[in-house]
Design a protein around this ligand. Structure first.
Ligand SMILES: [Fe+2]
Length: 270
């Protein structure tokens, strides 16, 4: 198994599925490889940032089972991984960023608007990046067969959406504030309200899986997932209340920016 940019891949396997023998690759492909910046600066030389949670955090029980038992081996990404992905403008429908219009009427709960920017390690906007979100409903329930929380499903809320960032790296999602929910990690365990995020920067090595939390939530102090993030990274996972981004008389506004890599990176693997 290999790791690149925080992800682990099998040796010799390209995430793009481009495993053709080099003899069959085109001249243009070989030229592209020769010009790739990673040839000058291999992944192994990038500096780790102390905001990401460790693979093993014993208080977060699942990590005891899934943490790698062997040291990871770092590999440089293939040329296609470095250059991609590129999502066409119509890859995501505009309505997919509004999680409140999926049903036949409005979902229950506190309506909210979340805005933010996606930035790269140099602070530049990452345009046309795919951001996917998923979350529990206002009662803290996911419409998923393994969710056994004794709380009601909402027929008007599916809890998932996606959006592409604009030319300035901006995104906007309309949803309802998710509820806290109990989990089996430890006795009386409850997850704080959170929204799950998956996103791609402008390279596969910038894939980010993380969670966004809400300011002032007392459950943050006792949540092993949030606490697994080094202290310097925790505040990067909490959105700011930004009322003017909401909808007057209808929805609260929040703001949360994300950075895909580098010294100001948003903690990933949360
Ligand atoms: Fe969750």
């Amino acid at each position: 198994m290999m790791s690149a940019g925080g992800r682990v891949v099998k040796a010799g396997t390209s995430l793009c599925g481009d495993n053709r023998p080099s003899a069959r690759r085109s001249r243009l492909y070989r030229l592209a490889v020769a010009r790739m910046p990673w040839r000058e600066k291999p992944m192994a030389e990038t500096r780790p940032v102390d905001v990401h949670p460790p693979y093993l955090y014993p208080d977060y029980k699942s990590t005891r089972l899934r943490a790698p038992a062997q040291p990871l081996v770092r590999v440089a990404p293939s040329p296609l991984e470095t250059a991609g992905p590129v999502f066409p403008k119509r890859f995501v429908g505009e309505s997919e960023a509004d999680l409140t219009t999926w049903g036949t009427s409005a979902p229950l709960g506190e309506k909210m608007v979340l805005v933010g920017r996606l930035l790269d390690e140099d602070g530049r906007p990452v345009p046309r990046a795919l951001i996917e979100v998923w979350q529990a409903n206002a009662s803290g329930k996911y419409p998923h067969p393994v969710d056994d929380h004794d709380a009601p499903l909402d027929p008007n809320f599916l809890g998932k959406g996606q959006v592409l960032t604009d030319d300035e790296g901006r995104y906007r999602v309309v949803t309802v504030k998710p509820g806290a929910y109990p989990w089996q990690n430890h006795p009386f365990g409850w997850r704080p309200a959170h929204i799950h995020f998956s996103l791609f920067g402008n390279a596969y090595a910038q894939r980010l899986i993380t969670q966004m939390f809400f300011p002032g939530d007392p459950l943050l102090a006792i949540d092993p997932i949030f606490q697994s993030v080094p202290e310097a990274g925790r505040k990067l996972l909490i959105a700011d209340l930004d009322l003017e981004q909401g909808i007057e008389g209808m929805a609260l506004g929040y703001r949360w920016d994300m950075v895909v890599r580098g010294p100001r990176a948003t903690p990933m693997g949360v």
